[in-house]
Design a protein around this ligand. Structure first.
Ligand SMILES: Nc1ncnc2c1ncn2[C@@H]1O[C@H](COP(=O)(O)OP(=O)(O)OP(=O)(O)O)[C@@H](O)[C@H]1O
Ligand SMILES: [Mg+2]
Length: 279
């Protein structure tokens, strides 16, 4: 059974997509020497917003798929999930399900009126649970059925938090949503951790905010991801940061290069591997 992690925060622009892409790529690299299912990672893009296009992190043709994630969520019976899974160009053991923007926006609008509307992604992924070691789900910056579907389909949630005063506030709504999902669908849904993102250490208040986050989230606070141009450039070059800034010689043990962002995301990958193995 795959370990399924949703990357969620209802605030926009906090690094969800960046974290989903680099966590998935990093996991694929770390697991690359394993065989079969134990090496495979699936990335699911549940965000219909154009500017957050997960698929742009991978160079793949704009070929029309025979079915769509939106159809998977709204049609009865749904099409086979196998038909919409794509292979990453950068990592042989990384797969992804792209979001189809217009159709996803329509799906978000239609879902509330459909039966079993919260569990549709969970049921779709059930068919491929045994094909992957990890499934990573990127989510939209809005409350609604797409976010609920992503949470119901997951056993863990990772919450990127922008290292700013505004980033610290505004998590209450997400925590309430998670509690509702735990109560009604997934008593086993765990918060894997809060990840400080876009951390600018040269700004005086960064340390103060990190201390506040530490006090609030205690051991659930993960080491911060600093603001790094490599992450923004990798994203605009349709790559994960490990592909954009590769080390001289790469192995499953050695995935980071001289780029700090690769170290920070590699550390996140290791923490997640450890946390999900023990429980
Ligand atoms: N640590 C970082 N350093 C520099 N740039 C970053 C970093 N993290 C994210 N970015 C950039 O900030 C922007 C927003 O990041 P991202 O798209 O990951 O956020 P998001 O939470 O997914 O946004 P949305 O809520 O709109 O989906 C992107 O242009 C991304 O390249
Ligand atoms: Mg995004």
């Amino acid at each position: 059974m795959a370990i399924t992690i949703s990357i969620a925060n209802e605030k926009g622009g906090v690094g969800k997509t960046t974290t989903a892409v680099n966590l998935a790529a990093g996991l694929a690299l770390r697991l690359s020497e394993k065989t079969g299912t134990a090496s495979r990672v699936l990335l699911v893009d549940m965000d219909p917003q154009g500017h957050a296009l997960l698929a742009t992190a991978f160079e793949h043709g704009q070929q029309k798929l025979p079915a769509s994630l939106a159809a998977l969520l709204t049609e009865t019976p749904p099409p086979s999930i196998q038909r919409i899974i794509q292979k990453s160009d950068h990592h042989p053991n990384l797969y992804f399900i792209p979001s189809d923007h217009g159709e996803m926006i329509k799906a978000a609008r239609d879902l509330p009126a459909l039966m079993a509307n919260e569990t549709r992604l969970q049921r779709a992924l059930a068919a491929v649970q045994s094909d992957y070691a990890y499934i990573i789900i990127d989510t939209p910056p809005t409350t609604g059925d797409l976010l609920i579907n992503a949470l119901v389909a997951a056993n863990h949630v990772l919450i990127p938090v922008e290292t700013s005063y505004l980033g610290v506030s505004g998590l209450i709504e997400l925590q309430r949503t998670i509690e509702q999902v735990q109560m009604h669908f997934r008593p086993d849904l765990k918060i894997l951790g809060y990840l400080p993102t876009l951390c600018e250490e040269q700004r005086a208040e960064a340390q103060e905010i990190l201390a506040e986050l530490k006090q609030r989230f205690k051991n659930n606070l993960l080491p911060p991801i600093h603001k790094a141009s490599d992450l923004a450039y990798a994203h605009s070059s349709h790559m994960d940061v490990f592909t954009y800034r590769p080390p001289r010689s790469r192995s499953a043990e050695n995935i980071a290069s001289s780029s700090r962002a690769t170290h920070e995301y590699a550390e996140l990958v290791d923490t997640i591997l450890k946390k999900t193995k023990s429980g």
